[in-house]
Design a binder for this molecule. Structure first.
Ligand SMILES: [Mn+2]
Length: 299
């Protein structure tokens, strides 16, 4: 059965979980504190929603995918596609998704402990990722991985496959700018900002002058804080880790990624509990943020 890339969000109360990035233990702990059992059943008929980026960086991406897939198939959860799922679907080997290709993830000589995939698990992961919608919406709420853009989100309605759609748009953009004389940076910005699959899963970017150096590369583009101009139906998103403690969002939007994806850096430094980087969920309609060790705060 095929589904539209723009799907309907479940009715009733929800718990929208931030980017998990392979951190299975905080996910199980968070579900427990939210009142779910291991099968994702909740006594008050609440449902889980995942904002994408289930994998990479943490110790057990496969366990996270297996759990979310099981919950999704049992209709106890929904999940949208993140840029990390998209990279794997596009066979783009990144520094932190080696687990999928059976390769270890190392950082400056430190090997991050991770469970590696094999052929059987790889096929299962690909099949599940390929079934994910890009956006979820209902009357009072929207969920997307990186950026809500109303026209682009509506344009997903007619499509069922993110990979076909991203390729179609990439071809159209290439043709459109073929003789325009755009430089490399503007060409790359066109592909990032005008391809709905890219913009919705990894957000808009703009040219930065002068360029800066980060993670081993010279960067000519920077992320745009699109939420500052967001109006209308409340949107919950992930992607923009708020590990720096700066909340992202406005009266109509909220980022639920509390940076658990970088928890391996805390473990490397010897931390075993009381981590600063957390996994969180936003309870809806209560607007209560619940963290993996059970603490909570009102939005
Ligand atoms: Mn992301």
């Amino acid at each position: 059965m095929t589904h539209s890339l723009l799907a309907t969000l479940s009715p009733g109360p929800l718990d929208i979980v931030g980017d998990v990035h392979g951190e299975i233990d905080p996910l199980l702990s968070l579900m427990h504190h939210l009142g779910y059992n291991k099968d994702g059943w909740h006594p008050n008929n609440r449902k889980l929603v995942f904002v994408g980026d289930l994998t990479d960086r943490g110790p057990d991406s496969l366990a996270v995918v297996n759990l979310v897939q099981t919950l999704t198939e049992a209709r106890r959860a929904q999940c949208v596609l993140g840029n990390h799922e998209l990279n794997i679907l596009l066979e783009q080997r990144k520094h932190d998704n080696g687990w999928f290709y059976g390769e270890e993830f190392s950082d400056n000589g430190y090997i991050v402990p991770q469970r590696l995939a094999n052929d059987t698990s790889r096929n299962r992961v690909l099949k599940f990722f390929r079934s994910l919608p890009i956006a979820l919406e209902r009357e009072d709420l929207r969920v997307i991985h990186a950026c809500w853009h109303t026209a682009m989100t509506q344009s997903l309605k007619a499509s069922t496959d993110a990979i076909t759609l991203i390729d179609q748009h990439a071809d159209l953009i290439t043709k459109r700018i073929e003789h325009s004389g755009l430089d490399q940076v503007d060409t790359s910005l066109e592909h990032q900002n005008q391809n709905p699959v890219r913009r919705l899963t990894s957000g808009p970017e703009a040219r930065i002058c002068p360029p800066f150096f980060a993670s081993g590369k010279t960067r000519h583009e920077q992320r745009v804080h699109w939420w500052n101009d967001h109006k209308g139906i409340f949107c919950v998103f992930g992607h923009y880790s708020i590990a720096d403690g700066k909340p992202r969002g406005n009266d109509s939007s909220f980022c639920i990624d509390y940076g658990v994806g970088k928890r391996w850096t805390e473990r490397r430094n010897g931390t075993t509990s009381g981590f600063a980087l957390k996994l969180a969920a936003l309870r809806w309609p209560e607007k209560l943020v619940v963290f993996d060790e059970g603490e909570s705060k009102q939005l």
